[in-house]
Structures are given as structure tokens and as C-alpha cells.
Design a protein around this ligand. Structure first.
Ligand SMILES: O=C(O)CCC(=O)C(=O)O
Ligand SMILES: [Fe+2]
Length: 269
């Protein structure tokens, strides 16, 4: 059945920190987006090697932009975003939208993190902490062009700071990903799976091709990647003018403060 927006999407977003608009894409658009994502993969690997995680923003590269424009304009998607958030929220900003890709050679995963808090060295913690529950900020998208179960989340963690069991699991900053050094592909997969599962309350998100997941990036989450499952997942922000300014400022401020030797602050100390 094709997609229909309902109150359950709103409820899921606020309660769990994410909502999935299942099968919101027409087949033809999915095909066009897959075609340009092949080009994105080529460019990303040429520039950054086979283990590269993403190409971002896609608007900066020599790729046919028409499918991204069609994605940006898709009426049922814009309607769902506006009903779930507000009419001021918009997606597919060409300075931001990217594509997440599978690695060419070896499995790996990111560390468990909350975006802008645990993955931005140098950014003052207060910048994140003050805006943490403000719905104008921190809305993000993974939109799967192929089946994708790379992403893990701790549902509901966007509603609160860290629980004692999370502090106990990750007492230090920066949070380390699993150590995969010197391991073969099979061992890496096994080790990272244990790491994903070691987070209390962590759950793997299952997206099928054509599913659009909108989530609070203040959730605890991570990405886990294997070379044998093709991945092309649009990685987008649902922005407001305020959030766009935050992103620009945060990138600049963190770079300056890193240069000045500021380490990552520990929210639990
Ligand atoms: O690959 C994913 O789905 C998540 C990636 C992520 O959380 C990140 O790079 O900050
Ligand atoms: Fe993230």
C-alpha cells in the first residue's frame, strides 16, 4: 500500500525520537535516485578511498541534480514533514544533503553518539545542551534507496540526558568506537555487532528501499557498515533558518576552538 500520513507518525516521533514514512517514493524516483547515487559512490571513493562513509553535500559535485530536485519537491513528503513538524521546516537543502554509502572493503561502525554533542570536538557543550529539546533544531533524515539496517538508536533517549547505565557504559570522551585494528572482515563484523548490542536499550532500525526515516539526532545512535550490502541512503536535514545558522556557526566555532586546543567536554562530569 502507498504511504498515508497519520497521527501515529507524530506520536512515534515525539515518543521514540523517530518516525518512518514507509514507501513514500514512487518507483521511478527511486530508480533515478539510485542512478545518481552510483555516481556519488564513484566520486566519494575517488576522493576519499574505499572506506568512505558518505558524499556530502551532493549539490557540490558533478552529479545530475534533477532527481534531488524531484525528491525535494515530492508533494506527499513535504506535506508529511509540515504536518509532523511545522510549515517552516524544509528539507533537501543543497548545502547539506548527502548520501551515506557502504564501504568497499571492510566492515566498520561509528561510535555510539548524540550528534553535535559527542562527534564535534571543540564545540561548547552548552550550545547543544540549551537547544537539545527545541523542535526547530536537530531534525535529521535517513532515506533508504536500498534496504538499509545500518543505523541503531536508543528509542526515547532524545527526551532526556544520559541515564546512569549510559554514563557507566561510556564514562569517557571522546567515546571510542570498537577497536577493529588488525582484524579480518568476519571478526570485524562480530566485534562491531557486540559493540552495537552493548548499549542498553539499543535497537537496530530496519528500513526498506523507499522508506524515509525522520529522527532527532539528539538520540543516542550509530551507523554500522558492511561491504556486502549495497547502501545508498540520502542523509538529509529537516532544517529551519535557525538550525541552518546553528550548523554554520557550530562548524566554525568547533574548528576555531579545536585549533586553540579545546578538548571535547564530558557531559557527565
Ligand atoms: O550511517 C548512519 O546511519 C548514521 C551515521 C551517523 O550517525 C553519523 O555519521 O553521525
Ligand atoms: Fe550521527
Amino acid at each position: 500500500m502507498s504511504f498515508t500520513f497519520s497521527d501515529e507518525h507524530i506520536e512515534s516521533y515525539h515518543r521514540h525520537g523517530y518516525a518512518i514514512f514507509r514507501q513514500i517514493f514512487p518507483e521511478s524516483l527511486l530508480g533515478d535516485l539510485r542512478r545518481v547515487s552510483d555516481r556519488a559512490r564513484e566520486i566519494a571513493r575517488e576522493r576519499s578511498g574505499g572506506q568512505v562513509q558518505r558524499l556530502q553535500p551532493v549539490g557540490k559535485f558533478d552529479i545530475d541534480q534533477q532527481p534531488f530536485i524531484d525528491y525535494a519537491e515530492l508533494p506527499p513528503l513535504n506535506d508529511a514533514i509540515h504536518r509532523l513538524l511545522t510549515p517552516r521546516h524544509y528539507h533537501a537543502d543543497s548545502d547539506f544533503m548527502g548520501i551515506l554509502l557502504e564501504p568497499a572493503e571492510l566492515p566498520w561502525c561509528t561510535a555510539w553518539h548524540r550528534d553535535w554533542r559527542d562527534n564535534m570536538a571543540g564545540l561548547p557543550l552548552s550550545m547543544w545542551d540549551e537547544l537539545f529539546s527545541d523542535i526547530r533544531y536537530f531534525n535529521q533524515v535517513n532515506c533508504a534507496l536500498y534496504d538499509d539496517h545500518s543505523t541503531w538508536v536508543v528509542p526515547g533517549s532524545h527526551l532526556r540526558r544520559d541515564l546512569p547505565r549510559e554514563v557507566e557504559r561510556f564514562p569517557d570522551r571522546p567515546i571510542q568506537p570498537p577497536n577493529l585494528e588488525g582484524k579480518n572482515a568476519e571478526e570485524r563484523k562480530r566485534i562491531f555487532l557486540a559493540y552495537c548490542r552493548s548499549m542498553p536499550g539499543g535497537e537496530q532500525v530496519i528500513l526498506n528501499a523507499g522508506d524515509y526515516m525522520l529522527y532527532r539526532n539528539t538520540l543516542w545512535h550509530l551507523g554500522s557498515y558492511v561491504p556486502y550490502l549495497r547502501r545508498a541512503t540520502l542523509h538529509d536535514g529537516v532544517l529551519t533558518p535557525e538550525f541552518k545558522k546553528f550548523i554554520t556557526d557550530a562548524v566554525e566555532i568547533s574548528a576555531e576552538r579545536r585549533k586553540a586546543g579545546h578538548a571535547m567536554e564530558n557531559p557527565n562530569r
